[in-house]
Design a binder for this molecule. Structure first.
Ligand SMILES: C[S@@+](CC[C@H](N)C(=O)[O-])C[C@H]1O[C@@H](n2cnc3c(N)ncnc32)[C@H](O)[C@@H]1O
Length: 243
């Protein structure tokens, strides 16, 4: 049952994928367990290969479960620590979902404001709604410092040079076509002020994003999160600064 007083930053991805992965693990270990009972070297080697494969598949599943169960709060701190906060910034969180980065940023602000945009795709996050993001903002006491809008990252309504900081976590890879992801990166660069900073974290396409930002004249660095940042190791962080 949901605890009414506890924030819920959601489970990323679709339930179907989780069921598929767990089913794959059951089949792999079941088949391995069956084959190991035979008195045959070939079948026993095959069973060992299946066990090894099951463990290799299990490692990313476990690290993702750890991320969803609480690592994402540690990872949020890691991403936000890459910005030199003054408290007066105007911040954009692209694909805010349940408000993870928007709310984390709002807690760093005094006079500033954090805007979260999303199109609430259910296949990208379970129970993905405006209301769930707003509920978290209320629980974290930041409603006066945030605004949540239904805006597509590929075509934003904000004027050029509007934001001091643009953040995004696990959003852009969900845009299926490269042209769409390129458009979103160009939009992110467009709405950023001179001297503003972009922090994009994602599981895929980091080189693509870095290339677009560099093409727009920004200085770009790509980071690997550390072992203890609360995230699976295949995440990448793209930091870009507008000159
Ligand atoms: C995996 S969730 C991550 C949510 C949040 N950033 C976090 O870290 O918890 C990805 C989010 O990106 C949103 N999204 C996907 N495509 C988008 C687009 N074109 N424009 C805005 N948001 C988008 C989804 O609706 C979803 O809320």
């Amino acid at each position: 049952m949901k605890n009414e007083n506890k924030t819920d930053y959601g489970i990323d991805g679709s339930p179907i994928k989780y069921v598929e992965l767990i089913a794959a693990e059951i089949i792999i270990f079941g088949a391995g367990g069956y084959l190991i009972t035979f008195n045959s070297l070939t079948l026993n080697i095959l069973a060992s290969v299946l066990f090894l494969f099951g463990l290799l598949l299990g490692f990313p599943i476990m690290s993702f479960i750890i991320y969803v169960l609480g690592g994402k709060l540690r990872y949020r701190d890691r991403l936000l620590s890459m910005v030199n906060w003054k408290g007066s910034e105007t911040v954009l969180d692209v694909g805010t979902g349940h408000g993870l980065l928007m709310i984390g940023a709002a807690k760093k602000l005094d006079t500033g404001k954090a805007v979260g945009i999303d199109i609430w795709r259910q296949e990208d996050m379970m129970n993905n709604t405006y209301n769930n993001a707003m509920r978290n903002a209320e629980l974290e006491g930041v409603t006066k410092k945030i605004e949540i809008k239904n805006v597509d990252a590929q075509k934003m309504e904000f004027p050029d040079g509007y934001f001091d900081v643009v953040l995004s976590n696990l959003c852009l890879h969900n845009i299926p076509l490269k042209e769409g992801r390129d458009m979103a990166c160009r939009e992110i660069a467009r709405v950023l002020k001179p001297n503003g900073v972009i922090i994009i974290s994602d599981i895929l396409h980091d080189k693509e994003y870095a290339k677009i930002f560099a093409g727009e004249g920004l200085s770009v660095e790509v980071f690997n999160p550390g072992l203890f940042d609360g995230t699976p190791l295949w995440y990448k962080i793209v930091k870009a600064v507008k000159k």
